[in-house]
Structure formats: C-alpha cells, structure tokens
Design a protein around this ligand. Sequence first.
Ligand code: TRP
Length: 349
Amino acid sequence: MEKKGRILTGHRATGPRHIGHLVGTLNTWVSLQDSYECFFLVADLHVLTTDYANPEKIRRNTIEILADWLAVGIDPARSTLVLQSAIPEHALLSLLLSMLAPVGRLERIPTYKEQIQQLHLSPSLGLLTYPVLQTADILLYKADTVPVGEDQLPHLELAHELARRFNQLYTPIFPEPQALLSSIPRLPGIDNRTMHTSYNNAIFIKDTPEETTQKVMQMYTDPTRIHPTDPGHVENNPLFSYLEAFDPDQNEVSIFKERYQAGKVGDIEVKRTLARVLNQVLEPVRQRRAEVIAHPGDMLEMLRFGTDRARLVAQETILQVMRAMGLTAGLDLAEGASGPEKAAKGIFC
Ligand code: TRP
C-alpha cells in the first residue's frame, strides 16, 4: 500500500505505561501503522536530562516500555523500533542543530520552565537542549508526521522552526514536521490531577484486575455531591472521562450521565461499571504483556533488529547534513559502496 508519509515518535523510558499513555498516544500509533511508515523511539538519552543518577532504572524501564508497546499492538513486523542511545547520530545531529537554536528561545519553552520549578535544582545544559535532541530524533528520519500528546506541542514548534531554518540556510532536505494529536482529550489521574507515574495516581497497563478495581474505587468524583440522590456533575469528573475513553457502549455512558445529573445513581455503581469496562478492555493487553515479558531476550532482539535498520537511514541523513553545513571537507566518506550500504560503511563504522 502507498504510505501517506513517515512517522517518528517515541516515549522516554521512564517506567511502565499507564492508561493515559494508551488513549493519549499508543492507540493512535497502533492505528497508523498501516498507513504510515513508522519509527517508534525508546528515548533513553532523554531520560538522562533529569534522571542521570539511576542507570539500572533506565535499563529496566526500557524493557517495561517495550513490553507495553508490544502488548498494545505495536508490531515490529510493520514498524521500526529504535533505541535512541544505540544510534550515535541522534547525539551528533542534536549537536549540529544546537548551533541554530537560540538559548533564549530554549529558555522560554514551557516544559523547561516547569521542569526547573519542579526539580528545585539548577538545570543542566542537557535539560535546556532536550527539545533540540527531540528535533534531531525527528529530522534524522525526515519524518513528516509526529503523533504526540498535547504537552509536546511546544517541542514540535521548535522542530518545525529548526527544520525551516536549516532548509533556508543550507539545502532543503527536511520536511517541516507536523504534530498529530489524539482525538481523545488528556485523561486525568485517579485524583483528578495530571496522570503521572510519580504522582501515584495512575492506572498502569500492567496492573492486575484487582489493582485496577481498587484504584477505580478510590477515584475522585464530584466533591459537591454528598448523597447519591444529590444531582451530580459530570464535567471535570474523571469517572466520566474514563468511561468516554474506554466504554465500547457509549449509549450506556449517556444514560449514566443523565442519571448522575438527576441524582439517580450513586458513585459506587458508576465505579463498578468503570472497573468492569477497564478490566475488559485491558484483559487481552495484559495477556499479551505477560507473554512478551516472559522473554525479554526476544524483545531486545526485536529492538536490535529495528535499530540496525534505523541506523542506515540515520547515517544517510547525517552525511547529507554535514556536507550541507560545510563539514567533512568534501571527503567522500562513504566511498566504495552504494545506496544505504554506502552510508552504513560510512564514517562511524
Ligand atoms: N519528549 C517526548 C515525551 O516526553 C518523547 C520523545 C523523545 C519524542 N523524542 C521524540 C516524541 C521524538 C516525539 C518525537 O513524550
């Protein structure tokens, strides 16, 4: 089938994926695998921008992420899995693009400002250049489409600007990448704050049915409602955001909403339904997860296979970039071969 374009997207290897990742990004990625050529990146270098003191955690989380991706339907036979740190061209392109990125522009990026507030540390140079590295991830594969969550839009804007600037200054080799957002709004955590691994408010894909039910039963609902007969609010009520995102029977959801607003159904009944719905949707995913995590060696082999493939593309791009920027002294660094193999035998091997 003729593909619509090329996707590069990824997650930082920060821990097992939660149901917010599932509706925010993963389901979209899975559905795009047939219509786009997809590269899915495990961004382990990006983890170092904040969490550089725990190497063992990065290794473990890489496996956890892979297991979740495969379980939800990321298919290594159709898509390319990429390990960022195994392809040095990511770091090199980031360095080259950093020359075009004004420090003041990077300092104004909202995710950077939030991170320094939260960290209570003086930020590293690596944290400041986080979105430059992300731009390198995208441009290295000349991706035109980047499916991400809303929080990533400021980074995509930078990627767009840097691609443009490069194309204007040197040779137009990069598509200007476009963000693609999920149609479902961001899912709140069970306490109605942003769902976040470190806030202890996430339902994980790998949670057991009992853990899931227990978390649903603790969920924040309408704080103004004291008795089940009080009319309730469905807006800003995570019970209903979750039902909208997961219940295959949206008619059931509409009826629940009406009854809730009329004070004709208690929180407990809605929560029981939600727990059932979530466990039903997650059951096949959990089964696949258990199968894949039992063979971590096989998962790493899939990652190696994809990474080897991706590196050929990366090497070709980096040579073009270096030449365009006046580097390599015009030496034919890839002499003696042709096509992708030519790049593969290039300067880094
Ligand atoms: N910054 C992204 C996140 O936190 C992860 C990421 C790294 C990424 N490189 C990328 C996303 C390239 C899209 C494209 O979710």
